[in-house]
Design a protein around this ligand. Structure first.
Ligand SMILES: Cc1ncc(COP(=O)(O)O)c(C=O)c1O
Length: 491
């Protein structure tokens, strides 16, 4: 089959055009049985292909027809041996990767700043995380990935780990030397699992960072929906080499996936793959060009700084995706959060994310030059206002990293244990049963199973005082914290 073909989308449309009389779910039956306002808004075509795994349409759980062909084409496009479609985002694919290599009690090497789906998978699988500190950028106040050196240290200390998990590229588009990390891990026979949520496009342009499959990684969970043009929630899991069993990946994915898979999402993966495989280079080229133009213009605006290629060159910043516009607003003496709200209220502009010091805007093939011009105009106005008025000053907080406490129980055991609430300030020495995180840099300060240390309690209160958001605990005021219940000896 050629990359110009779309077996799943084409097969689905052909089936819908035959207009079969449907005595099967979904019960809306091409929209006739649903709310007319919603039906009219969504449109007939979308509803006609909102179908289910009946015989002619294959089954994601046991693919043997059009889904199998679409997955094979995706594997070829991404340089994988096997590609699995996920209708549960990259979160679902990440959970499947970890559960495919870890049994209860197995060690997995993970950066501390992982997405929450990694911690969910660690709880589901019963794996024991061995954390690696990510590199912190003190100027931007963001965390990068892990360095080759820290990975090598972790591998030498834990050669019995069942997997190494890395984020490549990060949300901000920074990547480490993935090839060297993969080679090091493979020298111990340890598979490398890559969170490629923010890097579906990098495989298709040689001036973008190396993709997981290009670097020889064993598995990659890739959000096609984020930057690759498919519908929200649709992702892929790529598998390569012989350290991981594709049959086990398929059965774990299947265990965690709805039996009512959305064909709209699946078909959108098929067409996104076609576009990436046949036009990916040109589309990425166009995005890089537009982003570089915007970067140059932003850097001419007083008190704004848009990160460029100069960030490359430290052990954690081996390469960089220029389609990410990390805009530091620190010099305006307002926070990234304030800028996000101001852009929304004053200019109807929505950014990808903001934190204390930065906003992040992403440029894709979906962007138009005139939209980028509007962003530049808005940023010029913002700079004018804040360079001339005496605005409130955000207290500068040097971004530092908290200690990683000792893990005394596996996160799974802590999650299922009996717990009680105690005053947070008096909780030193107890085993925590919930997560506590502070942004930036978004690194967990405590995860379930860790022993609470005074140093990290102080760190949390210092950050609260500086106005940084603390997330995770049930009690958002952080007066109380949930810990593992201790039973006193009975006299
Ligand atoms: C680094 C990272 N990994 C994984 C995910 C999960 O991806 P998805 O939203 O496709 O489940 C995200 C989502 O934002 C992410 O930022």
């Amino acid at each position: 089959m050629s990359q110009n073909e779309t077996p799943l989308f084409t097969g689905l449309v052909k089936h819908a055009k035959r207009n079969p009389i449907q005595f099967h779910i979904p019960g809306h039956k091409r929209g006739r049985g649903m709310d007319p306002e919603f039906r009219d808004f969504i449109g007939e075509n979308a509803l006609a292909i909102d179908l289910i795994n009946i015989g002619p349409l294959d089954d994601l759980h046991h693919p043997h027809g059009m889904i199998k062909e679409a997955q094979q084409l995706a594997a070829e496009a991404f340089g994988a041996d096997h590609t699995f479609f996920s209708v549960q985002g990259t979160s679902g694919a990440i959970m499947a990767m970890i559960m495919a290599v870890c049994h209860p009690g197995d060690k997995i090497l993970v950066p501390r700043n992982v997405h929450k789906s990694v911690m969910s998978a660690i709880i589901f699988s019963g794996a024991v995380p061995v954390f690696i500190h990510p590199d912190i950028d003190p100027n931007l106040g963001i965390s990068h990935g892990v360095t080759t050196e820290s990975v090598k240290k972790a591998l030498a200390q834990h050669p019995d780990a069942k997997g190494l998990f890395v984020i490549n590229p990060t949300y901000f588009g920074i990547s480490a030397d993935l090839k060297e990390i993969v080679d090091s891990s493979h020298s111990y026979g340890i598979p490398v699992l890559v969170d490629e949520a923010h890097g579906v496009h990098i495989h298709f342009h040689d001036s973008l960072p190396l993709s997981a499959m290009q670097a020889g990684a064993d598995m990659a969970a890739t959000s096609v929906h984020k930057l690759g043009g498919s519908m929200t929630q649709s992702s892929i899991l790529n598998v390569k080499g012989n350290l991981v069993s594709p049959e086990r990946v398929q059965s774990i994915l299947s265990m965690m996936t709805t039996t009512s898979t959305s064909y709209i999402l699946l078909a959108s993966l098929d067409v996104a793959r076609k576009r990436l495989a046949t036009q990916g280079f040109e589309l990425a080229e166009q995005s890089i060009h537009l982003a570089e133009k915007a970067r140059k213009q932003i850097n001419e605006i007083p008190n704004l700084y848009c990160v460029g290629k100069e960030i490359v060159g430290t052990p954690a910043t081996y390469d960089f995706d220029p389609t990410k516009l990390i805009i530091s607003v620190k010099e305006l003496n307002i926070s990234g959060y304030d800028v996000e709200v101001w852009l929304r209220d004053q200019h109807n502009i929505e950014v990808e994310l903001s934190d204390l010091y930065n906003i992040l805007c992403i440029i894709t093939a979906g962007d138009r030059e005139e939209d980028v011009d509007l962003l530049i105009e808005a940023l010029m106005e913002l700079s004018n206002i804040h360079s001339t008025t005496d605005n409130k000053v955000t207290k500068a907080v040097p971004v530092s990293v908290p200690q990683i406490p000792v893990l005394s129980l596996s996160p799974r055991d802590a999650f299922y244990a009996d717990t009680e609430s105690v005053p947070f300030e008096e909780s030193t020495g107890r085993i925590i049963a919930e997560f506590v995180m502070v942004y930036p840099p978004g690194i967990p300060i405590f995860i379930p199973g860790e022993i609470i240390i005074q140093e990290n309690i102080d760190y949390i209160f210092e950050n609260i005082e500086a106005g940084l958001p603390v997330q995770g605990p049930e009690d958002e005021t952080l007066k109380m914290i949930r810990v593992i219940k201790e039973y006193k000896a009975i006299k």
